[in-house]
Design a protein around this ligand. Structure first.
Ligand SMILES: [Zn+2]
Ligand SMILES: [Zn+2]
Length: 843
């Protein structure tokens, strides 16, 4: 990047001046103004890691276009920004550099805020929040208490994902291909006690609403549906015979989505971790074999265990199961492909109709019974398709759905089982054994047990004075002044919970806090939330498609059920922007292909940085960084600037006014102006196609230069001036959301006193768009013979007779019979003939 640019417009001065002016005038500060229509535009708030990167620039530039555009369309637009300020990097910085996480975080916030301001994004900074502020998390703690009272927050021991790198528990959503989403360490399964949010209580509603979120990308909804993973089936008990022949308790509960296949159950499988296994093994030898197998499986990730294309390993137990439908004993296994976390941790295996069971049966030489008639020519292995039931006792001849119903009836009649809906979704583990997070407001009392903190004692403030080593459990456990407290119920001695909350809890409701960021009466002022919610447009990366978006939806529903908000869903429309790519890879420090936005702004200005990132690709696609692209954006802005500079006096002396009768050139030019308004408006409204909108503005500027260069005998001076003024003003208004500083400056240079952002968005003049004549192609037998110049509304009959009577058509019709005439008004007449042409040659 070269720092000494050739001749260019003074962007440094222009941008700094307008940023100050917007701030001083409070242009982007908003208040609730019912009944005025509102629009809430939100970009996902950043983690204050230190500096903003190009991905941020793109994210915020997209949001800023939407905001400024909607503002000019007359909406009262809320556009806030804040900081997702808790989290591990702050603690790691403390360990590495000895700086307190709070100091590190707030310094980073200051740096990044200054960077954002240099970009000129239209935020209402009075609503800024930082989630590490006790005034923020106190409300989260209050909601935790309310959730605890409702049984939606609870403590349990469970197998969790443990990241040895971060020394903390991770939610399922934070494990990617067996690795920590943040530090990439291999995640281990460990037994840990901790706090959970009962998101499963909302599984059905979260799923059902996926069908109603019509403003979300289908891809994101599919990911959410799969994550919730609803399956409908039957659950029942399999009787178990111990090695000595005795019956074991009530049996083992299995879940199946294919209850119709029960007669094909030739073996049963337990997850190795299933607690009943310990009770079933007999003798030291089997006990040792099971222990060895469990140790092997514990080293595999869930993803590996569920993979379809790997050998399924298992060992056969001495105990046997009974198929209650055939009354026969069947072998019982423990195998890696059955997981404790799904269904009941036990399955009936039906190798005839399930491929994984088929693979396992083949590997262990087990019988395979087909219970669905195969279609003719089927030569596969397990058959998962439709068909009539066979080899299935009382189910023979039935369809699969009917057989499923009969099996459930049979189970219910005998008290063995029932229909059952299962979800893949697990409860959300929110305990983190780390320091830099919101304390969980629970006190342990020897007499009362777990007691939530009293609301009037909130917030439970995170103490500043701690030793952060990154080793062992929570650093809070070593702070006696924090741990030792009074029981909120009996007043006796109590110990505080030392786990902190997952930072995804803070990001599950920050959009609500923006509605009334300084409200002290509760989490959110009901009137403010009632006015602003839901978020009309949410913009962020696809990497949040499951994690953050599902949690935020869940939390919103919890708050709705507590009467705090009235909306069912937080985000009406979602845009997932693509990545910023350079040299074929995502920009990252480790690859060394990072472009620093500060440097870019210093060299070319914020408007160029914004325009480039909006023009190079539609927002949902990846953006390929190119120096030429940046140069191109910069040249374009200079071209706009130079035009106003060159024609400034003439433009200023010609206030906007209605153009009188226009020349033909003038009419065509005015049509271009208004067609551009129409194109840009449609491109923004219709899925934010900013790149094509900017192309249209490019064309308008080209037309400006061309029209200004027309000679005076073709366009009268007065007409030229009036139209140039109209065109320049239109171009600036259309450009304003994309390059706001330049547009605002040139607007002022035209003599306007008020901010351009208080102007309404231009509307296309329908009369200007009308064409006075159109050219209609006339073909004879598919070949173009002439063109008719007609009024655009000329009807079919008239076009037909004009075409047939045309002097250049008639010779081609000699000695031929007209078979039919096809007319497409405004475009085409095709005359189809029959017979031999006099001169030959026609098809
Ligand atoms: Zn980690
Ligand atoms: Zn007590």
């Amino acid at each position: 990047m070269t720092l000494d640019r050739p001749e260019h417009y003074p962007f440094k001065d222009v941008e700094a001046r307008w940023q100050r002016a917007w701030e001083t005038s409070g242009l982007f500060r908003v208040r609730e103004e019912p009944p005025r229509a509102k629009y809430y535009c939100l970009e996902m708030f950043p983690y204050p890691s230190g500096r903003i990167h190009m991905g941020h620039v793109r994210n915020y530039a997209i949001g800023d276009v939407v905001t400024r555009y909607k503002r000019m369309r007359g909406y009262n637009v809320l556009h806030p920004m804040g900081w997702d300020a808790f989290g591990l990097p702050a603690e790691n910085a403390a360990i590495e550099h000895g700086v307190h996480p709070a100091v590190w975080t707030y310094e980073n916030i200051a740096t990044m805020k200054a960077q954002m301001k240099k970009l000129g994004i239209s935020y209402d900074w009075e609503r800024e929040i930082a989630t590490c502020d006790p005034e923020y998390y106190r409300w989260e703690q209050l909601i935790f208490v309310r959730m605890f009272e409702r049984g939606l927050a609870y403590r349990k021991a469970g197998t969790v994902n443990w990241c040895p790198g971060c020394q903390t528990v991770l939610a399922n959503e934070q494990v990617e291909a067996g690795r920590c989403w943040r530090c990439d360490s291999e995640v281990r399964q460990e037994e840990v006690e901790g706090w959970y949010f009962k998101i499963t209580a909302y599984a059905e509603e979260l799923l059902a609403w996926c069908d109603r979120l019509t403003g979300w990308p289908e891809r994101v909804l599919t990911m959410q549906r799969n994550w919730i993973g609803k399956s409908e089936g039957a659950e029942f008990d399999l009787p178990i015979a111990r090695p000595d022949g005795r019956r074991a308790g009530s049996g083992i509960r299995v879940f199946t989505t294919r209850a119709d296949t029960v007669f094909g159950m030739t073996f049963a499988v337990l997850a190795p971790e299933h607690p009943v296994v310990d009770d079933l093994v007999a003798g030291d030898e089997e006990r040792a074999a099971v222990a060895r197998f469990r140790a092997e499986v514990a080293r595999e990730t869930e993803i590996e265990r569920l993979a379809a294309d790997r050998p399924k390993r298992g060992i056969r137990l001495a105990a046997r199961a009974m198929n209650p439908f055939t009354d026969q004993e069947i072998p019982l296994f423990i195998a890696d492909y059955v997981l404790m976390g799904y269904g009941t941790g036990a399955i009936m295996a039906v190798p005839g109709e399930d491929q994984r069971d088929w693979d396992f049966a083949k590997a262990h030489d087990l019988p395979i019974v087909e219970t669905v008639e195969r279609p003719r020519g089927f030569d596969g292995e397990a058959y998962a398709g439709d068909g009539v039931k066979i080899n299935s006792g009382f189910l023979n001849g039935l369809s699969i759905p009917e057989a499923k119903r009969r099996v459930v009836d049979w189970l219910v009649a005998r008290g063995l089982g029932d229909a059952k809906v299962n979800y893949r979704l697990r409860d959300w583990g929110i305990s983190r054994q780390r320091y830099w997070g919101a304390p969980i407001p629970i006190v342990y009392c020897a007499i009362c047990g777990m007691v939530p903190e009293r609301p009037e004692n909130l917030p439970v403030v995170l103490p500043r004075d701690v030793q952060i080593t990154g080793k062992g459990g929570s650093p809070l456990a070593d702070v006696p002044g924090f741990v030792n407290t009074r029981c909120p119920r009996c007043g006796g001695p109590g110990r505080r919970e030392t786990d902190t909350m997952d930072t995804f809890v803070e990001s599950s409701w920050y959009f609500l806090r923006y509605c009334s960021a300084k409200y002290t009466g509760g989490m959110v002022d009901p009137a403010a939330a009632g006015y602003w919610m839901p978020v009309d447009q949410y913009i962020g990366g696809i990497e949040h498609a499951i994690l953050h978006l599902l949690y935020a939806r869940f939390y919103t529903k919890v708050l709705r059920d507590m009467g705090l908000v009235k909306v069912d869903e937080p985000f009406e429309n979602l845009l997932t922007q693509g990545m910023v790519i350079k040299d074929g890879a995502k920009m990252s420090k480790s690859r060394g292909n990072v472009v620093d936005p500060d440097e870019l702004i210093a060299t070319y200005g914020a408007d160029t940085a914004r325009l480039f990132s909006l023009f190079a690709a539609p927002p949902e696609k990846d953006l390929d960084w190119s120096e030429q692209g940046v140069e191109g954006a910069f040249r374009f802005l200079n071209r706009v600037w130079r035009f106003v500079e060159a024609h400034g006096d003439a433009l200023r002396e010609t206030p906007p006014r209605e153009a009188g009768t226009l020349s033909e050139l003038g009419r065509a030019f005015r049509r271009t102006i208004h067609a551009t308004i129409q194109r840009v408006t449609n491109d923004i409204e219709d899925r934010f196609h900013f790149n094509t909108a900017i192309s249209a503005i490019h064309e308008l500027v080209n037309a400006l230069y061309a029209f200004a260069g027309e000679s005076e005998d073709r366009v009268a001076q007065e007409e030229r001036r009036v139209l140039l003024r109209e065109a320049v003003e239109t171009a600036l208004l259309l450009l304003a959301p994309f390059a706001p500083h330049l547009a605002e400056e040139l607007w002022a240079q035209l003599g306007h006193r008020e901010s351009l952002f208080r102007e309404p968005w231009p509307t296309a003049d329908a009369r200007a768009l009308e064409r006075e004549s159109v050219q209609v192609v006339v073909q004879v037998d598919g070949r173009v013979r002439t063109r008719l110049t007609v009024r655009p509304d000329t009807g079919e009959e008239s076009l037909r007779s004009q075409a047939l009577a045309d002097g250049r058509v008639k010779p081609w019709l000699r000695a031929r019979e007209v078979e039919r005439v096809v007319v497409v008004p405004g475009r085409l007449v095709n005359i189809v003939t029959r017979g031999t042409p006099a001169g030959g040659g026609a098809a």
